[in-house]
Design a binder for this molecule. Structure first.
Ligand code: AMP
Ligand code: FE
Ligand code: FE
Ligand code: ZN
Length: 290
């Protein structure tokens, strides 16, 4: 009885429909899965219906974008009330902010001699909030980079010349907001965030954090604000990194989750390659109610 607690669809920067995610989860023999698109709840209805068809447990989720010292930090939230006014407003705001930021990155690319059509970026994103993978896809199409990895590595990755941050909530505020909306906040892939340069690298431990992932001081602030879990077992964490974050979770009484962070064709991971036991996700659901 396991579930994959982190998957994306066409409603953000994945390439599959929520129904396909459900079919893949069923095929992988999972008991359930969470749809956690970036800053939107748009795929929930389709995912819920498809889960019912396959006899799967549907865990409605979101991956909320936050910003710390100019770098992105992702907070997963499960079972939040999507009608919660402040949470809905933040998702709306992020959609507009992402549209603005995509224009900004296209302008930066133009200044660097790369002609990328903002209309193509918008068309690739479709109805999803625009993400950097959509910009990367338009860059590949325009022939200015060989592949999306090169787009991130040289141009639109954090700290690269065409990168533009998106202004978002402080991670601690996002944790508080998700709890206020009745959700269970879980720190996403902490070993993969904050590895680039920070806008303001002081105090010195933040510099440490910028290499080792999310700094523990920040984790502790999030715990005080109501953080319930850590995604230690992420498909992108090497074994030693996963172990370190499992230890961080254990010493703080946090629930450990495991997930693929499936993005369809955009990432070489499969649904179910990392999973969370039923005891952990039911504990998350219970803790969110308290
Ligand atoms: P955004 O939310 O627009 O800042 O874009 C972040 C998304 O870009 C992540 O959720 C991943 O899907 C993708 N991404 C981030 N870093 C990389 C990278 N180095 N290579 C490829 N994709 C990446
Ligand atoms: Fe993504
Ligand atoms: Fe993420
Ligand atoms: Zn994700």
């Amino acid at each position: 009885m396991t579930a994959d607690l982190h998957t994306h669809s066409l409603h953000s920067d994945g390439t599959t429909t929520p129904a396909v995610n459900a079919a893949l989860a069923a095929e992988a023999g999972l008991a359930g899965f969470a749809l956690t698109d970036h800053d939107t709840f748009d795929g929930w209805e389709e995912a819920r219906a498809a889960c019912a068809d396959h006899g799967l447990e549907f865990i409605p989720g979101v991956e909320l974008s936050t910003e710390w010292r100019g770098a992105g930090v992702h907070i997963l939230g499960y079972w939040p009330d999507r009608e919660h006014a402040e949470l809905a407003a933040e998702c709306d705001r992020l959609r507009w902010e992402r549209a603005r930021r995509a224009e900004g990155m296209v302008i930066r690319l133009a200044a660097l001699g790369m002609d990328v059509d903002i209309e193509r970026v918008r068309a690739i994103a479709g109805t999803a909030p625009i993400g950097r993978p959509h910009v990367a896809a338009a860059m590949v199409e325009a022939g200015v980079v060989p592949d999306a990895d090169a787009a991130f590595a040289e141009w639109i990755g954090e700290g690269m010349p065409a990168y533009e941050p998106k202004h978002a909530l402080h991670p601690v505020e996002a944790v508080r907001l998700l709890r206020a909306a009745g959700g269970a906040p879980v720190l996403a892939h902490p070993g993969l965030s904050l590895r680039g340069p920070l806008e303001d690298p002081e105090p010195p431990d933040a510099r440490e954090g910028s290499r080792g992932g999310v700094p523990l001081d920040l984790v502790d602030e999030m715990v005080s604000a109501g953080l319930l879990g850590i995604e230690a077992d992420h498909a992108g964490h090497p074994v030693n990194v996963a172990d370190r974050w499992r230890q961080v979770a254990r010493t703080r009484d946090l629930i450990v989750t495991g997930s693929s962070d499936f993005h369809g064709m955009r990432k070489e991971v499969t649904i179910g390659m990392r999973t969370t036991p039923a005891a952990a996700w039911t504990a998350l659901a219970e803790a969110a109610k308290r």
